[in-house]
Unconditional design. Structure first.
Length: 79
């Protein structure tokens, strides 16, 4: 059986802005294409990450193969 979820107007607006590249960090010029190899399962993958998060925040990426988490940047000294 399928479950149907209602979407709030605010969420719908955010989805539309994201699709149009109007959310900060989602335009191509505001992002990096990151290619990496998982140190656990050796899977090579690619992700798009925010330049702002990379230089001023925290970036954690999950391996699509083994689900291991990789800390890419920690400018906030959380880890």
């Amino acid at each position: 059986t399928l479950r149907h979820f209602s979407v709030s107007p605010a969420e719908e607006e955010l989805r539309q802005k994201y699709a149009q590249g109007e959310v900060p960090g989602t335009k191509a010029e505001e992002a990096y294409a990151l290619a990496y190899t998982c140190g656990v399962c050796e899977t090579r993958s690619m992700k798009k990450i925010s330049k702002l998060a990379y230089h001023k925040g925290v970036v954690i990426i999950r391996c699509p193969s083994c689900s291991n988490l990789h800390l890419i940047a920690d400018n906030l000294k959380w880890f």
